[in-house]
Design a protein around this ligand. Structure first.
Ligand code: AMP
Length: 370
């Protein structure tokens, strides 16, 4: 591969989100664990292209051998990471119809990198690709087949990283459920590391209640709102930005603030937290059925890693499945990977590392094995 001229290879990773750009510089071969790499995370508010240019500015004086960029929607086109070419850019643009909030952000990053670092190979790493293993019963909606409206699933880069850690920490071949609870939230059923069901679908709106997204909703409610005069942009804004924890609490999407408000007697804040937990617990029950048993339950991302109270609320109803949290382990304030269970099912907190997973996928792609 053309980037392997020197001993070590620097991969710059971009992880664009709807309100932030995370980035990291990873050096290969990996020296021990991720701590050996330089990881920088910054949020830049002024437009994605400008944010990417600012990151590239900070990288001046360093050698960037390759760039990896997260792309949310790969549709049916991308089932593995892809070296960016003009045709790949066109395909990602075409998929923006399915992910209008997300794919254009990745394109802005990719185009900025192409202008600033024309010699660096860029690899697009897709959040949907991990779920290509969904069986037909999980991938389909009960709609006429010729519509080609199907379930893809998201957060795949995070699930891929966590699945790797589960295999290393707990052993291979386990039936596990991973709860990625961040700004966006989803659940994934993993059979020995393979995704067999996940709660997001055609778009990242299906499934769990989220910070500002509604999650599962009667499609009749959308028709009802349309008939009441709401238009498509209004519905998009309502269901993506004004629903979820924010919509139910009429206060905030931040779990910490909601816990404070609930403790101070705010009933709406309490209801928002309880709904979030109730719905997550129902998905865990459903995925224990999909897996026909359960060995491990893992929490990751902002809320999953940091909110002991949300983990407790979710697990409270699940002891009949063998899920029992040790509350003193759950409350421990340390970060990092840790077991928090007392029962038959191993319950773990495993911090996700999407940037490292993107860097590894970038290296594998450029080395020619996927
Ligand atoms: P992420 O999308 O993974 O960056 O997660 C962001 C979410 O994590 C936000 O909704 C935050 O409110 C939430 N979060 C971060 N830290 C904490 C914490 N200590 N307790 C509860 N929620 C948190």
């Amino acid at each position: 591969m053309e980037v392997a001229v020197r001993e070590d290879v620097n991969v710059l990773v971009f992880n664009p989100g709807s309100s932030s750009l995370k980035y990291a510089l990873h050096r290969f071969p990996e020296a021990g664990d991720a701590a050996a790499n330089e990881v920088i995370v910054r949020v830049e508010p002024d437009g994605m292209a400008g944010a990417a240019a600012a990151v590239l500015g900070k990288m001046q004086g360093r050698t960037i051998d390759a760039v990896g960029c997260r792309v949310v929607h790969g549709g049916s086109t991308f089932v593995e990471p892809a070296r960016v070419t003009d045709a790949v850019v066109d395909d990602i643009r075409a998929l923006s119809a399915l992910a209008p909030l997300h794919n254009p952000l990745a394109l802005a990053v990719i185009e900025t990198v192409q202008r600033s670092l024309p010699a660096a190979p860029i690899v697009a790493v897709f959040d949907t690709a991990f779920h290509q293993t969904l069986p037909a019963v999980a991938a389909n909606y009960a709609l006429p087949r010729d519509l080609q409206v199907r379930r893809y699933g998201f957060h795949g880069i995070s699930y891929s990283y966590v699945a790797g850690r589960i295999a290393e920490l707990l052993g291979p071949g386990l039936r596990s459920i991973v709860c990625h609870l961040g700004n966006g939230a989803s659940v994934c059923a993993l059979d020995g590391g393979t995704s067999i069901d996940t709660s997001m679908g055609l778009t990242p709106m299906e499934g769990l209640m989220m910070g500002t997204r509604c999650g599962d909703l009667d499609p009749g409610a959308v028709l009802f709102l349309l008939r009441r005069g709401m238009n498509e942009p209004g519905l998009d804004d309502l269901l993506n930005h004004r629903s979820g924890l924010l919509g139910v609490s009429s206060r905030t999407s931040d779990v910490r603030e909601l816990e404070e408000s609930a403790a101070a007697g705010d009933d709406r804040a309490r209801l928002a937290l309880e709904m979030f937990a109730y719905r997550a617990a129902k998905y865990i029950g459903a995925y224990a059925v999909a897996l026909e048993g359960l060995d491990a339950l893992v929490f990751t991302a902002g809320i999953g890693e940091h909110s002991a109270s949300m983990r407790r609320r979710i697990c409270r109803r699940l002891s009949f499945l063998g899920i029992d949290i040790d509350e003193s382990l759950n409350q421990e304030q340390r970060s990092g990977e840790r077991r928090i269970s007392a029962g038959r099912v191993a319950v773990w907190v495993i911090p996700t590392n999407e940037e490292l997973e993107i860097a590894r996928a970038t290296m594998r792609t450029l080395e020619g094995h996927h």
